[in-house]
Design a protein around this ligand. Sequence first.
Ligand code: PDD
Length: 282
Amino acid sequence: QWIYLNGDFVAKEDAKISVYDHGFLYGDGIFEGIRIYDGNIFRLKEHLDRLYDSAKSIQLDIPLTYEEMQEAVVETVRRNELRNGYIRLVVSRGPGDLGLDPRRCPKAFVIIIVEQLAIYPEEAYRNGLVSISVSPRRNIPDALNPKIKSLNYLNNILVKLQANLAGVGEAIMLNAQGYVAEGSSDNIFIVKKGVVYTPPCWVGALEGITRGAIIELCGKLGYPLREEPFTLHDVYTADEVFFTGTAAEVIAVREVDGRTIGAGKAGPITTHLLEEFRKIVT
Ligand code: PDD
């Protein structure tokens, strides 16, 4: 396995970063998770657009042009000869000193890892996940903007810890006002009376690439789609609930906080969207 490490390709065992890297010391950096389906990199342009926007927002100077970055990703995939897998692209502030001042980090550090992906079993897509709501609240734009896909995932990790404790695969995060925001690493959708709802990003959700693809598909397939804030009450009483994400794709939820959702398995619109999503990825 070859890792792209700041311009070089190195073996996995030799892929190391400095203990002074501010990505490590402070979570100062950004990342992307991208899928490879049958040799095609899914929506690379959108992922790179989001990466460069995240960089701009935190004043991080990516040392590669957009074209060079695109080439680096494609070349890393090629070298690893992987037809299906997952790409993790990380840009950290780079090595500096122990102070948090980014001016002490002369050059951002770029890492690209390509790997097999551990995904939910196919059964989970038919039967749905059990989920819970958790206590950590999602950052909203007055703090760290959720549109920035930053290396600061501690909040999401706290969500994951509660999910683990409850023995569930993904959990639901609210914002400080109690509106549903997203999962620990997935966006959330609900369906009620044939209408598909997802929270607008300002409620506290990453502008997911998969989310975007599902919004597009709803338009194509004729499902009315509303970006509207909603609460746990709306989740509990929805006909269908599903999460979307690069790793998870479109995964149904059959139970939330002990309430059975719809018929207690993947609903018809979720199933249809998953089918159509899998058609557009290759
Ligand atoms: N997840 N929300 C959060 C907090 C995320 O970390 C992610 C991505 C998503 C879904 O975004 P997208 O559809 O662009 O992947 C939402 C990880 C990195 C993943 O699924 O690979």
